[in-house]
Design a binder for this molecule. Structure first.
Ligand SMILES: Nc1ncnc2c1ncn2[C@@H]1O[C@H](COP(=O)(O)OP(=O)(O)O)[C@@H](O)[C@H]1O
Ligand SMILES: [Mg+2]
Length: 269
């Protein structure tokens, strides 16, 4: 199987956990994987140390995102493609997993259309239009380079930064990047690793839910998880067999989710 695994920034504080890497190594004996990572919290911390307080905005659909101006995209690129990506590459390689770390800029893996304007809502629910900054919507994936690396036995680790038509770096959401990559690569499974057990409704983990069913409860899912569910729907729409949302902590986090022992499975029907 081809797996696309997104590691949430929430689980990457000390790099990838050794249980996670061990699990991945075992899975790679019979499968191939492409990893995408997050890291928002660390970007915010380092930006703050540099004296650049981060601003977050909320879309009318309830997506929370970083307001990415010129200085912010530079800090974002340094922390994500530099520090975090390389920590994961080292963690994998220390376990004997051949790994290539890259951002969407490298080999033009991810091309995106820059968002010129954004609609945001304030705490009082009032809508405003602001400049889009350095954020974008992915519209093209260079699957060739990724497939080439996979064929040669390398596991690519992708930082969610895309290239604009004007050759600028753009901040793109990690969950959606993973979903788009999974669709473009015709992956069998998309696995979203996070810091909660899975999709929770009324305080309980939902073990399995279909796409149409989950659409009905979207309104009651909070920020963070709602982005994952939207990403899951996008991946299923693009032909991915199943999406698993699960905790990245604990023993064998990926393989137990693949066996439906933990997490939330989102199915096409
Ligand atoms: N219904 C829900 N079920 C599970 N988590 C939820 C739900 N609604 C909101 N969340 C939040 O979503 C968070 C996961 O998203 P996020 O913080 O962006 O982590 P990541 O770094 O993995 O993307 C959880 O920690 C939780 O606080
Ligand atoms: Mg998130």
């Amino acid at each position: 199987m081809l797996l696309v695994v997104k590691m949430g920034g929430s689980i990457l504080k000390e790099g990838a956990s050794s249980d996670l890497v061990t699990d991945l190594k075992a899975l790679l004996a019979e499968n191939k994987a492409v990893l995408v990572h997050g890291g928002g919290v660390e970007v915010t911390e380092i930006a703050s140390k540099l004296g650049k307080e981060q601003k977050f905005i909320m879309s009318p659909e309830g997506f929370r995102s970083r307001y990415t101006d010129k200085e912010t995209i530079e800090i974002y690129s340094m922390v994500m493609a530099g520090k975090i990506n390389k920590q994961i590459v080292l963690a994998m390689q220390s376990q004997g997993i051949p790994t290539v770390g890259l951002s969407g800029l490298d080999g033009a893996i991810l091309k995106a259309e820059r968002k010129t304007r954004l609609i945001v809502v304030d705490e009082k629910g009032r809508k405003r239009v602001i400049d889009g900054g350095y954020t974008g919507k992915i519209n093209q994936v260079n699957t060739d380079l990724i497939n080439f690396m996979l064929e040669k036995g390398y596991t690519p680790i992708v930082t969610p930064i895309a290239m604009s038509e004007e050759y600028e770096p753009l901040n793109v959401d990690g969950d959606r990047t993973a979903a788009i990559l999974a669709g473009a690569l015709k992956a069998d499974r998309l696995i979203l690793l996070t810091n909660v057990e899975g999709l929770m409704l009324k305080g309980e983990r939902i073990p399995k839910i279909g796409a149409s069913e989950v659409k009905e409860v979207l309104g009651s899912i909070g920020a963070g998880m709602s982005t994952k569910v939207h990403a899951a729907l996008e991946a299923l729409n693009q032909g991915v067999g199943e999406v698993l949302i699960t905790s990245g902590a604990g023993k064998n986090p990926i393989s137990s989710a693949l066996k439906h022992e933990t997490g939330t499975v989102i199915t096409r029907v």
